[in-house]
Design a protein around this ligand. Structure first.
Ligand SMILES: Nc1nc2c(ncn2[C@@H]2O[C@H](COP(=O)(O)OP(=O)(O)OP(=O)(O)O)[C@@H](O)[C@H]2O)c(=O)[nH]1
Length: 652
């Protein structure tokens, strides 16, 4: 019966029925639905004052999706979720990793003081890589639930998300979750909220999403505290396309927020961005399953299908209007910016077409991934993809494997650098001397370079103060510059550092977690480019540069990285008939060198005793042969060696 905590108490007759007729879950379900939930609501005519659009924002794992499930159950939108997985986490990778990747929406209905309210809930991802999803979701909300784990307390993403909502002028309902945990310390967390955000303890709700405690209070505060959308149903139809995905049968579907007017199935609508027109084929509300409606009105969120063939036509941030009454565009969004790039190649050359199809399909639903064709002499034809962060890259490749059964080789991730070239006739002709590169293979010759700039982030770390020393050392090793250190309570500190992006993309988060026994949390935001001394490191095999192995490094780290690279290659490249010199060079200067000894065939084996000069002559012939071979032979580095090397992430 634990599930019933926090919900309406059973009446005596219900308890009786429960025991006698064993109505079990049906009865429990009725308890959720009966009192405040409504099955049939006239969605078209619900007054604007009875609509609330809100999001749940929190640090990763603080319980957003669990709370979303409880809200849906409590209002009867879904049956009680007995499975382990969250209803709004639909992707396999979300279920497996327990993280939310795509924001989802659900319209729930609740009767309060005799009136039906439509509460549009937008579940958002918590991980830093997906902050563009959070930001998009917030632009259609009037308020948020700021959910904080009562045990973990305020974490780095709580801070980032709070300021995101605060900056958009949204009403914030602070909620402490997981109060059922033994170690929960609501007072301490309230103190942190007061210190950091000036939130009063009396305004903080205390709930357990897992056990369903305090859910009713959350819903009623949403109704009482959040403002209704400021929209006008009498004006022409104007809606913001804030998410889109691809459906096999219906083409691209657009999730829209109606800012004014209304539209119905059969209307012709146009896009402000592409100027194309379409006929509305389907309209539905997400409850959370699709619920078809004929008309959608201002203040609502709905799913619109209009036979868009390609996801590129459903541009996120676009404004849609009825073709016959044109309106101006609503403020759109900054397109998500790719932060991390990696090459993707088929593991088997014969699987190139399968991999291409899989990438095409996945990018249909993930417009944040950028795709460029890339080729490598060693790995063949492939692609260079851009991602929002490392987790985004991992999730994408996991989906490639799980949903499309393809096996891909992913090269070590890199970031985008800004290079300013010396003025030449060519730069004058092009009108700019700035180039952005994310592939070391196209890094210009050093004599052509005026300045190099690297992308920076402003990182926020929240940690118990006992780990302060090692964390500051880690940031220093990663070329970080401290900006701020604030005590958020008696034993917790918030640090802010300017850090080069390339220093954090690979393993910064893991290192931070391991040196703080998992207690420190990290979040970052883009902080532009900064002048920096960058060089291209080449790897030469017997003086022949190997493009795939070149990399861009900060000059202060060149020596170290070069040493590590040649040692690793010495380990990986199999011995061959000839001697191989592996060199790491910067601007023609050798920084590190290792030798791989050749096999030595015993050419004198067939001589039994005999004259020593014959033996020497044979050895001299062998040496000459090898010298000749060294000059003409291509060193054949097996494809697997490249794969092992490129996958290696020790070079930071
Ligand atoms: N004890 C306890 N555990 C909870 C509570 N709420 C959520 N959890 C657990 O916390 C973990 C994370 O919950 P989620 O709902 O997936 O968290 P999330 O914030 O949606 O995570 P992301 O989608 O990755 O951002 C799960 O194991 C939940 O079962 C609670 O009230 N009490």
């Amino acid at each position: 019966m634990i599930i019933l905590q926090g919900f309406r108490k059973l009446t005596k007759i219900e308890v009786f029925l429960f025991k006698r007729k064993n109505l079990g879950s049906k009865l429990i379900q009725r308890c959720f639905c009966e009192e405040n939930t409504m099955k049939d609501v006239d969605f078209e005519n619900v007054p604007i004052e009875q609509i609330r659009n809100f999001s749940i924002i929190a640090h990763v794992d603080h319980g957003k999706s669990t709370l979303a499930d409880r809200l849906l159950e409590f209002t009867g939108a879904i049956k009680q979720n007995t499975g382990q997985h969250q209803v709004l986490d639909k992707l396999q990778v979300e279920k497996e990793r327990g993280i939310t990747v795509k924001a989802q929406s659900a319209s729930i209905v609740y009767s309060f003081k005799g009136k039906p309210y439509i509460l549009n809930l937008i579940d958002t991802p918590g991980h830093v890589d997906f902050s563009s999803e959070v930001s998009r979701s917030l632009s259609v909300c009037q308020g948020v639930i700021l959910l904080v784990d009562a045990n973990d307390g305020v974490q780095a993403q709580t801070v980032a998300n709070f300021y995101l909502a605060f900056g958009k002028d949204l009403t914030i309902i602070p909620v402490l979750n997981k109060i059922d945990l033994k170690q929960a310390n609501p007072e301490r967390v309230c103190h942190q909220l007061k210190n950091l955000f000036d939130i009063e303890a009396k305004d903080v709700l205390k709930i357990s999403a897992k056990l369903g405690i305090g859910i009713k209070e959350v819903i009623e505060q949403i109704i009482e505290k959040l403002p209704h959308p400021k929209v006008d149903r009498h004006k022409p139809f104007q809606s913001l396309l804030y998410d889109s995905w691809y459906d096999k049968y219906r083409g691209a579907l657009s999730l829209i927020y109606v800012n004014s007017g209304s539209a119905k199935v059969g209307d012709s609508i146009s896009s402000c961005h592409t100027k194309k027109s379409y006929e509305i084929k389907t309209l539905s509300l997400l409850r959370p399953e699709e619920h078809s409606v004929d008309r959608i009105v201002a203040g609502q969120i709905g799913l619109l299908g209009c036979n868009m063939r390609n996801i590129k036509e459903a541009v996120v941030g676009d404004t849609l209007h009825v073709t016959s009454s044109p309106v101006g565009p609503l403020p759109g969004f900054q397109p998500p910016k790719s932060m991390v790039f990696a090459g993707i190649y088929p593991a088997n050359l014969s699987e190139h077409t399968d991999l291409r199809k899989a990438i095409e399909k996945l990018t249909l639903n993930d417009s944040a991934v950028t795709v460029d064709i890339d080729t490598s002499p060693a790995l063949g034809q492939g692609w260079r993809l851009g991602f929002l962060g490392l987790l985004h890259l991992e999730v994408f490749t996991q989906r490639l494997e799980q949903e499309h059964g393809t096996e891909a080789i992913i090269t070590a991730p890199s970031v985008t650098y800004l290079i300013k070239l010396k003025a030449t006739k060519e730069t004058v002709k092009q009108g700019t001397n700035e180039i952005f590169i994310n592939n070391p293979a196209v890094f210009p010759e050093h004599i052509r370079i005026e300045e190099t700039h690297e992308p920076m982030v402003l990182g926020t770390i929240i940690t118990p103060d006992s780990y302060l020393g090692p964390i500051m050392q880690l940031c220093q090793e990663r070329r970080g510059v401290q900006k701020q250190a604030v005590n958020i309570d008696n034993d917790r500190v918030m640090l802010q550092y300017d850090l080069p992006l390339c220093e954090i993309v690979l393993d910064f988060h893991d290192s931070l977690k391991s040196i703080s026994s998992g207690y420190a949390s990290f979040d970052y935001e883009d902080n532009g480019f900064q002048l920096s001394s960058l060089v291209r490191m080449n790897i030469l095999l017997n003086n022949v540069p190997c493009e795939e192995l070149s990399t861009i490094v900060h000059s202060s780290k060149a020596q170290l990285v070069g040493r590590q690279m040649v040692l690793k290659l010495k380990e990986l490249i199999p011995r061959q008939m000839i001697h191989i010199a592996v060199q790491a060079t910067v601007n023609g200067k050798v920084l590190a060198r290792e030798n791989i000894k050749p096999y030595r065939k015993d050419v004198t084996a067939k001589l039994y005793g005999g004259d020593v000069t014959r033996r020497m002559k044979l050895l001299a012939q062998q040496a000459a042969g090898k010298k000749k071979m060294k000059m003409v032979a291509n060193i054949s580095v097996p494809r697997n060696t490249f794969i092992d090397f490129l996958k290696n992430d020790d070079f930071k």
